[in-house]
Write a protein that binds this ligand. Structure first.
Ligand SMILES: NC(=O)c1ccc[n+]([C@@H]2O[C@H](COP(=O)([O-])OP(=O)(O)OC[C@H]3O[C@@H](n4cnc5c(N)ncnc54)[C@H](O)[C@@H]3O)[C@@H](O)[C@H]2O)c1
Ligand SMILES: O=C(O)C[C@H](O)C(=O)O
Length: 329
């Protein structure tokens, strides 16, 4: 076991995802079974008491790897010295709210959080944004942290990736462990593009194994892209434990590396690869090694995929322009 604990800040700690996430972090699933963690929970003042209640429960878990829990309502204090930041707390869309209103409300959250990360986080800070609209919230935070390398800011499309794995596994009646090289491109929204064309199932091309373009276009892609809405409809609340699980997967792979011969999906700052404008935080096929993500290069993008990637990237561009107009970046 390494000696010094890793500081992990979780925002929105009293929310649904926070509750599903914190106990898994405390048990060692975020960073590995040999890494002690110190949790730093950030909430708005009205929810601090509930976060303190969760902190009591974390204490009651007697987790051997948990070196302490602190609760904050001030971002500067919560991010001071932090190594891993999970930005989960966000303003949900409520009735009558337009997309612009949502972006503006979230700007009020992610701008000060980016500034606080810039001011006081540890040099090796890694940031995962979960709160929606995740890609653009990550962009806002990143732009307000000019002293932090841009590649430390990421947004979560791992839940979409996991959803796509499960849907394909059901269709082909194979375990998810046999599926490799699946990709989510673009935005964590209904425009995202889950791409099977480079995926492999038991060593065989997945699109060929499926051999059903209608299923691909009319069932698989919309099912994955609209799964968040389906969960809300059926469960009566947005996904929480599956989102927490995907956040664990994302950070675990970022820190510990992806498996040889496979890749995963994460929204990271574009370097212009695959025609995605540089600077946008967009989902790509990625591998991780040495604590950093690399975009998988050299994939052939067919016409079917190109149109769908472009549509999702266009939406990200619109969101970027909207937050620029609002003066948020
Ligand atoms: N990227 C993804 O795949 C994905 C998946 C599921 C949900 N989400 C998003 O994750 C977010 C959280 O979901 P949830 O179900 O936990 O919501 P929730 O409403 O249960 O919890 C959100 C928590 O954030 C807190 N919060 C609000 N503003 C804050 C701030 N400025 N600082 C710290 N905390 C703050 C709230 O007090 C609340 O406790 C939502 O935006 C949701 O849409 C993303
Ligand atoms: O909260 C939502 O709007 C849905 C969420 O992003 C999800 O993908 O489950």
């Amino acid at each position: 076991m390494s000696d010094s604990p890793v500081n992990v800040t979780v925002t929105g700690a009293a929310g649904q995802i926070g509750y599903a996430l914190l106990f898994r972090i405390a048990s060692g699933q975020l960073l590995g079974a040999n890494t002690p963690v110190k949790l730093r929970l950030l909430e708005i003042p009205q929810a601090v008491r509930a976060a303190e209640g969760t902190a009591l429960e974390l204490e009651d878990g007697a987790f051997p790897l948990l070196a302490g829990v602190d609760v904050f309502d001030d971002p500067k204090a919560a991010f001071s010295g932090t190594n891993v930041a999970l930005l989960v707390g966000a303003r949900p869309r409520t009735k009558g709210m337009e997309r612009g209103d949502l972006l503006e409300a979230n700007g009020g959250i992610f701008k000060p959080q980016g500034e606080a990360i810039n001011a006081g986080a540890a040099d090796d800070i890694k940031v995962l944004v979960v709160g929606n609209p995740a890609n653009t919230n990550a962009l806002i935070a990143q732009r307000h942290a000019p002293d932090v390398p841009a590649d430390r800011f990421t947004a979560m499309t791992r839940l979409d990736h996991n959803r796509a794995l499960s849907q394909l596994s059901r269709k082909l009646s194979v375990p998810v462990s046999q599926i490799r090289k699946l990709t989510i491109w673009g935005n964590h929204s209904a425009t995202q593009y889950p791409d099977l064309f480079h995926a492999e199932v038991g060593g065989r091309n997945a699109a060929e194994a499926v051999n059903d373009e209608q299923w691909l276009a009319d069932e698989f892609i919309p099912r994955v892209a609209k799964r968040g809405a389906e969960i809300i409809e059926v469960r009566g609340a947005s996904s929480a434990a599956s989102a927490a699980s995907a956040a664990i997967d994302h950070v675990y792979d970022w820190v510990n590396g992806t498996a040889e011969g496979d890749w995963t999906s994460a929204a990271i700052v574009s370097d212009g690869s695959y025609g995605v404008p540089a600077g946008l935080i967009s989902s790509f096929p990625v591998t991780s090694s040495g604590g950093s993500w690399q975009i998988v290069q050299g994939l052939d993008i067919n016409e079917f995929s190109r149109a769908r990637i472009d549509a999702s990237v266009a939406e990200l561009e619109e969101e970027r322009q909207a937050v620029e107009r609002l003066g948020l970046i």
